[in-house]
Design a protein around this ligand. Structure first.
Ligand SMILES: [Zn+2]
Length: 668
């Protein structure tokens, strides 16, 4: 009998006709891409989606099976109301009427703060992409909540953020190219249609839609763009209340804070002062009729997925089909699993963890995290461009990084949330109120070290600079990222590089501005800071040269942190794997260490690349390039590898090959 050998590289996913030195993504993923055409109801379909689909099947079974657990029953009831489209259709706009009536009752500018607080508190915002836990209500004009203090991250403070748009980012409102202009026309037509569906005559609906676009354009024009917002110093403006009130005389903050039940504070962080000034101008000068149209639009838009079929269909047509290229709606159950994950994520996540997460994954992860931290320490020590002082400070930060694996130590208590089996929109409003009250209640209190920004079934991971922790939800700890029974080289290339990626975030262009305690504080010597920025600029220029959908450049500044983390993370995973699993060069006896014909190094690189195999629509790629800090998947493979001599040696690539960059970039 043949000895058992754990599976490793996915041979059927390869394209053996492709030259690994010309386009490694094609070599590693070509087979997978050809075999997995994009389903009509997806914007993208890749390895992440495969894992998410597996997780969703587990979640669906959990939600459709009754249980004695109270939280799980609550999640099931929420889900049952969400999939009950017949009841949703039969109730029409009824469940939204109380909110619409409050908007209609606005007759004086003095009462705007009360109405804004009500909308912020209880109207659901549209679903977030990617398993992020929800922020709070429908953010008309601005958003309000808590955030860590910049000078003392262990305490939370009040924060007013720039917000109030419907399109994905400010650029969609200000770009003057043909596609952007057309998209705004389509958006205005969509808003008008939603107003018509809610009972407005066509001419009035069109006028109101134009007013909505005008208000949002005024807000957008005053905002930072997505890349500028990444700089924590650009959004650091602790402001005494009296000063905020002076800046925005038309908006009575005391009134707003009282209505939203915020604790008394002397100061708030005003992330983008120009945006709140624009908001002030809107409150002072826009006609009440137009303002009410804007509020009504957000109430309807934020609730659209829980409204009757005509609203859901129109919402899909613009926000999914036009903006992201999705051709068909997803089955309702999938949307509802997404919604429960977002609204009651830890009630559902608790059941998911019990079914799908074992102790072995946690033990393996802890071991890999230790290996990769050790690699980072060695990498810092060996860095040719950092002084000893900065190295010392960097290692202090590294040693302070906390790792969290799987799920929170304490589960969120949802006992105060009332959920009904026949009130989809009401459930959504109550979970919104719950999330919002929780967030506002934290103002002025110590940060809750137990908090997670992602739910357990999420197929993702993150680094938090204010908490200086790396977090790996249970959802990602499975193939192709990780498999306890397969070749370790492939695990290091997969989840190992994800660990390295999150760790490197602590030292990317954003993370490096925070110290080990999570405070925004410069611990770099001036010369080392300059050396870092020069190296980072190389990475920014490299990725800015990449094109997606044939016509759109990646934004090298928006994606700089993620690209730095990809480059550093993969190198750390390779270092850690070789240190822990492969004997030194002298005692290596190739070809004994070949598996499926690949060397250990080659298998680490293939493990990384095969995580990113994906098909996606051109619209989705453009949307990602405009708003998402991650680069297109092809470049998450080819970008880092073409910078790495280790890769070029492993595949014997010659100078001048496309996968050998002449001007190779390296930060970490
Ligand atoms: Zn990242």
């Amino acid at each position: 009998m043949q000895a058992f050998r754990p599976a490793g590289v996915e041979l059927a996913s390869l394209d053996r006709n492709a030259d690994p030195c010309a386009d490694f993504y094609q070599f590693a993923c070509g087979g997978w891409v050809a075999k997995n055409p994009l389903p009509a109801d997806r914007r993208t379909f890749g390895r992440f989606t495969e894992v998410q689909d597996r997780n969703f099947a587990v979640l669906r079974r959990i939600l459709e099976t009754s249980s004695a657990d109270r939280d799980r029953e609550k999640a099931s009831a929420y889900y049952a109301a969400c999939v009950d489209e017949r009841t949703i259709d039969a109730r029409g706009l009824g469940p939204l009427e109380p909110v619409l009536a409050r908007i209609a009752a606005l007759t004086s500018r003095d009462r705007i703060p009360d109405l804004v607080a009500h909308l912020h508190t209880s109207v659901g915002e549209p679903p977030q992409v990617g398993g992020a836990t929800r922020r709070g209500g429908a953010y008309v004009l601005f958003n309000f909540g808590s955030r860590p203090r910049f000078d003392n991250a262990s305490m939370l403070m009040a924060n007013v953020g720039a917000d109030g748009l419907s399109l994905p980012s400010r650029d969609y409102y200000v770009m003057s190219d043909e596609r952007s202009v057309k998209l705004r026309d389509d958006f205005r037509a969509h808003v008008a249609q939603m107003f018509r569906l809610s009972g407005e005559p066509a001419a009035q609906a069109a006028t109101h839609a134009a007013a909505v676009l005008a208000i949002e354009t005024t807000l957008a024009t005053a905002m930072l763009d997505v890349a500028e917002r990444r700089d924590p110093n650009a959004i650091r403006h602790p402001t005494p209340l009296v000063e905020l009130q002076r800046l925005t005389p038309a908006f009575a903050w005391e009134r707003y804070f009282a209505a939203i039940r915020a604790p008394r504070v002397d100061a708030v962080n005003v992330a983008e002062p120009k945006a709140v000034q624009a908001m002030n101008g809107i409150v002072a000068t826009t006609s009440l009729d137009d303002l009410k149209a804007y509020f009504r639009w957000h109430a309807i838009h934020g609730s659209a997925r829980m409204l009757p079929a005509a609203f859901r269909g129109a919402d899909f047509d613009f926000f999914s089909r036009t903006l992201a290229g999705q051709q068909a709606e997803q089955p309702r159950w999938r949307e509802c699993v997404t919604d429960v994950d977002q609204e009651l994520g830890e009630a559902l996540g608790k059941a998911f963890v019990a079914e799908a997460f074992g102790p072995r994954a946690k033990a393996d992860m802890l071991k890999m995290v230790q290996d990769i931290k050790a690699a980072m320490r060695a990498d810092i020590d060996a860095s040719p461009w950092m002084s000893d002082d900065t190295k010392k400070a960097a290692k202090i930060k590294l040693d302070a990084v906390v790792d969290r694996i799987g799920y929170p130590d304490r589960w969120r208590d949802y006992s105060s949330v009332r959920v009904s089996r026949d009130d989809a929109l009401g459930n959504r409003q109550r979970t919104t109120e719950f999330a919002n009250a929780r967030r506002i209640g934290q103002i002025g209190k110590p940060a809750d070290k137990n908090d997670w920004n992602m739910t357990p079934p999420t197929v993702n991971a993150y680094y938090s600079a204010p908490n200086n922790n790396i977090n790996f939800p249970a959802g990602i700890l499975q193939p192709p990222f990780y498999d306890p029974d397969r070749d370790a080289a492939v695990n290091y290339g997969g989840v190992g590089a994800v660990i390295g990626h999150e760790l490197t975030h602590g030292f990317d262009d954003q993370g490096r501005k925070y110290d080990g305690a999570g405070n925004l504080r410069d611990w770099w010597t001036a010369a080392d800071g300059k050396a870092f920025e020069d190296r980072a600029q190389c990475v920014a220029d490299q990725y800015s040269s990449y094109l997606v959908s044939g016509d759109t450049h990646i934004n090298g500044r928006l994606t700089l942190g993620e690209n730095t983390a990809d480059n550093g993370g993969l190198r750390l995973a390779l270092m850690a794997y070789l240190d822990s699993h492969v004997a030194s060069d002298a005692s290596r006896t190739p070809p004994d260490d070949l598996v499926d014909g690949f060397t250990p190094e080659q298998r680490v690189f293939l493990g990384w690349a095969q995580v990113w195999c994906e098909n996606s629509r051109p619209e989705a790629e453009r949307l990602k390039a405009a708003t998402n800090p991650h680069s297109s998947n092809r470049y998450r493979v080819n970008g880092p590898l073409s910078n790495m001599p280790e890769f070029q040696n492993a595949f014997s690539c010659k100078a001048g090959a496309p996968m050998v960059r002449q001007n190779a970039c390296r930060v970490w």
